[in-house]
Design a protein around this ligand. Structure first.
Ligand code: ASP
Length: 623
C-alpha cells in the first residue's frame, strides 16, 4: 500500500467538535480509524482523536479514489480526510455521541500510516488483561477512558499550581540525585561513576530540601514532586509517585489546612465538583480511634458508639463479658431484614473474620436478635443500646435507626488477655476493621459509597495530634511515628514530657483524609537544634550517626531557622478519586506492575559488562 504524505494539509477541527450547526462547512479531520463499516458503494469510518469520534462517509460515486482508500483502511490506521459536514438522515442520529447528529461526506482522503492488527482494540471500553494493556501502553492510552483520565490529571495539577502561585508559593525543583531521605522506606540507589563505591539515593520525598528552602528564606515553596520508595509493593502503591509537596514559614497548623483546603477546592472544581465552602472537619487521632477505630475515618458511614456504661457488672458477668473493657456498637444502614438463620450466619462469619484477621477469639458479637426477644432477661439492655445508637446515628445526619439497619455490638469476653488493658486502641481498632468490612459487604444495599457526582460523595477531614512515637515491642525502642523532623506539641516540650514521658508526647502532625483514604500528611517541623537532637537520640541514633546521616541539616538548623511546616498530598490518588478510577495505574501514564516492572520498556534489565565496569561494579551471583 502506498502511504500519502501530510504535505501542507492542516486540521480544521478535532474529531469531537462538529455539531449540526456546522452543516455545510468544508472540514479537514485527522485521526485514527476507530471502526469501519463497508456497505459496498458506501463506507463509513469512525475517526477518532483525543476529543472524540466523528463518523465520516465515503461514497464511491463522489470520489472513487477516496472510497478506495477507505476500503483499504483498517482499525488504527492514521488518516486525514476532507469533506462536507451534513446532518444525518432521520433515524440515523446517535444520541450517545456528541457528534452523533452529523457526519462528514468525504471527497478527499490521505492514508498517512497503516497499523498492525492491535492485540486489543482501543475502541473497546474494557480490556480484561492488564498485563497486555501495560505492555502495549501506547494502545491502551488511546482508549477514551484513559484519555479522559489524563485530561483530568492535567487540569487538576494546573488548578493546584495556579492556586498555590496565587497564594504566594514559589515552585522550586529539588534534586533527584541526592542522599538518603528520612521517610523510612528503602532508597533507590544510583551508583556514581566518578566516585567509586559511592551512591546517590533517589529522594523518598523532598523533605529535607523543602525545609532547607525555608531556612533559605523562600517563605512558601511547592513542587509537583516525584518521590521514589523501594517498598514491597502493596496492591495500590507505585515505586515512583507524585506528591503536591509544600512548605511554609511561620505557619500554625490551621495556616497549612487553609492552603490545602483551598487547593483541593480548586482541584475538585477543575474536575467539575464544587466542594462546600466550609472548612473540613477536624478530629484528634485519639477521637478518630475511639469513634472509628482507625486513623483515617470513613465518615460516609455512622461512627462507632461506646456502649460500655450500659453494661452493669452483673450484666457483664452473666453475659461472660470482661468486667471493665470497652464495648462498642455500630450500625450498617439498610443492610436489610435478616432472618434468624441469616443473622446467625452473619454473626458466625464475623467471628471468623475477627479470628482470622486478628488471631483473637476473645472479641464476640452480641446476638441482638436473641437479646431483644420479649422473654429475654436482657430486653431492657437491648432497648437501651438501640436508643443510644439511634441518637448517635441521627446526630450524625444518618437519620433514625431503621428496621433494616444492621446493629452490631462487640464485646470483649472474660478470657480477654490482660495485655488489652494497656493498649486502649486494641479493641476499637478491631471493631473499626469489622465496621469497614461489613460496610463493604453491604455497599450495594446502603449505597453510601456510590458516586453521585456531587460534593456529598467527598467526606474530608483532618486528623491531628498523632502520637509522636510508637513503642516497638520487638526492639524495645521508641519508633518515630512520622519522619524525624516532625515537631512535638509545644506543651509537651514545655512540660518535659518529651524527655520523661515519651508515650504521652503528641506530634504536631496531621493527615488529610478523604472517604477513608489518607490523601496526605504533614507536620509543623522542629526548628530548634536541641529538640532535633533529642528526637534523634530517642530514636536510638547516636550523635555521630545523626551527624553522619543528617549533619548538613543539623548544621543548617543552627543558622537562624524559622518555625516552619508543610504537607504533601498524593496527586495520583487525588486524580484517581476524581476520575473514578479503580487503581493508581489508571492515572499514571507509564506505571509499574505490582512487581515493580515496567512491562512496556521492560525495566529493570541487566546492564552490559562495560557499563558495570565503568561504575566499578560487579554482580555477585547468589545461589
Ligand atoms: N515528607 C512527608 C511525606 O512525604 C510529607 C511532609 O511531612 O510534608 O509523607
Amino acid at each position: 500500500m502506498t502511504l500519502d504524505f501530510l504535505g501542507s494539509l492542516e486540521r480544521s477541527h478535532r474529531c469531537g467538535e462538529l455539531r449540526a450547526s456546522d452543516a455545510g462547512a468544508t472540514v479537514t479531520l485527522m485521526g485514527w480509524v476507530n471502526g469501519r463499516r463497508d456497505h459496498g458503494g458506501l463506507i463509513f469510518l469512525d475517526l477518532r482523536d483525543r476529543t472524540g469520534i466523528t463518523q465520516v462517509v465515503f461514497d464511491q460515486s463522489v470520489s472513487a479514489e477516496a472510497h478506495a482508500k477507505a476500503e483499504a483502511a483498517r482499525p488504527e490506521y492514521v488518516v486525514a480526510v476532507t469533506g462536507t459536514v451534513r446532518v444525518r438522515g432521520e433515524g440515523l442520529t446517535n444520541p450517545r455521541m456528541p457528534t452523533g447528529e452529523i457526519e462528514v461526506a468525504i471527497h478527499e482522503m490521505l492514508l498517512l500510516n497503516d497499523a498492525k492488527t492491535p492485540p486489543f482494540s482501543p475502541a473497546e471500553d474494557a480490556i480484561a488483561n492488564e498485563e497486555v494493556r501495560l505492555k502495549y501502553r501506547y494502545l491502551d492510552l488511546r482508549r477514551e477512558e484513559m484519555q479522559k483520565n489524563f485530561a483530568i490529571r492535567s487540569k487538576v495539577a494546573m488548578a493546584i499550581r495556579n492556586y498555590l502561585v496565587e497564594q504566594g508559593f514559589l515552585e522550586i525543583e529539588t534534586p533527584f540525585m541526592t542522599r538518603s531521605t528520612p521517610e523510612g522506606a528503602r532508597d533507590y540507589l544510583v551508583p556514581s561513576r566518578v566516585h567509586t563505591g559511592s551512591f546517590y539515593a533517589l529522594p523518598q520525598s523532598p523533605q529535607i530540601f523543602k525545609q532547607i528552602l525555608m531556612i533559605s528564606g523562600f517563605d512558601r515553596y511547592f513542587q509537583v514532586a516525584r518521590c521514589f520508595r523501594d517498598e514491597d509493593l502493596r496492591a495500590d502503591r507505585q515505586p515512583e509517585f507524585t506528591q503536591i509537596d509544600l512548605e511554609m514559614t511561620f505557619p500554625r497548623q490551621e495556616t497549612v489546612f487553609k492552603v490545602v483546603e483551598g487547593f483541593l477546592r480548586a482541584a475538585f472544581a477543575a474536575a467539575g465538583v464544587e466542594l462546600p465552602a466550609e472548612s473540613f472537619v477536624q478530629m484528634t487521632y485519639d477521637q478518630a480511634i475511639q469513634k472509628y477505630g482507625i486513623d483515617k475515618p470513613d465518615m460516609r458511614l455512622p461512627a462507632m458508639v461506646d456502649l460500655s456504661d450500659l453494661f452493669s457488672t452483673e450484666v457483664r458477668s452473666s453475659l461472660r463479658i470482661d468486667s471493665s473493657l470497652p464495648i462498642y456498637g455500630f450500625v450498617i444502614p439498610k443492610a436489610g431484614q435478616l432472618s434468624t438463620t441469616q443473622y446467625k450466619q452473619l454473626i458466625k462469619d464475623n467471628r471468623v473474620f475477627l479470628a482470622e484477621q486478628f488471631k483473637v477469639t476473645s472479641l464476640d458479637i452480641l446476638d441482638m436478635q436473641r437479646l431483644s426477644k420479649p422473654d429475654s432477661p436482657f430486653v431492657g439492655l437491648a432497648t437501651d443500646i438501640q436508643i443510644r445508637v439511634d441518637e448517635a446515628k441521627d446526630s450524625e445526619g444518618f437519620g433514625d435507626l431503621a428496621g433494616d439497619d444492621l446493629l452490631i455490638v462487640i464485646t470483649p469476653m472474660l478470657d480477654a488477655p490482660a495485655a488489652w488493658n494497656y493498649d486502649k486502641q486494641w479493641i476499637p481498632k478491631r471493631v473499626g476493621a469489622l465496621r469497614l468490612e461489613l460496610a463493604k459487604k453491604f455497599a450495594d444495599r446502603h449505597g453510601l459509597f456510590a458516586q453521585t457526582g456531587t460534593a456529598k460523595d467527598f467526606r474530608f477531614l483532618w486528623v491531628t495530634d498523632f502520637p509522636m512515637y510508637e513503642w516497638n515491642e520487638e526492639t524495645k525502642q521508641w519508633d518515630a511515628a512520622h519522619h524525624p523532623f516532625t515537631s512535638p506539641h509545644e506543651e509537651d516540650i514545655k512540660s518535659g514530657a518529651l524527655w520523661n514521658d515519651k508515650g504521652a508526647v503528641r506530634a504536631l502532625a496531621y493527615d488529610v483524609v478523604l472517604n477513608g483514604t489518607e490523601l496526605g500528611s504533614g507536620s509543623i517541623r522542629i526548628h530548634r537544634k536541641d529538640v532535633q537532637s533529642e528526637i534523634f537520640r530517642t530514636l536510638g541514633m547516636t550523635d555521630e550517626e545523626a551527624h553522619q546521616r543528617f549533619g548538613f541539616f543539623l548544621d543548617a538548623l543552627e543558622y537562624g531557622t524559622p518555625p516552619h511546616g508543610g504537607i504533601a498530598l498524593g496527586l495520583d490518588r487525588i486524580v484517581m478519586i476524581l476520575a473514578g478510577a479503580s487503581s493508581l495505574r489508571e492515572v499514571i501514564a507509564f506505571p509499574k506492575t505490582a512487581k515493580a516492572i515496567d512491562l512496556m520498556v521492560d525495566a529493570p534489565t541487566p546492564v552490559s559488562e562495560l557499563q558495570l565496569r565503568e561504575l566499578n561494579l560487579r554482580i555477585a551471583h547468589r545461589n
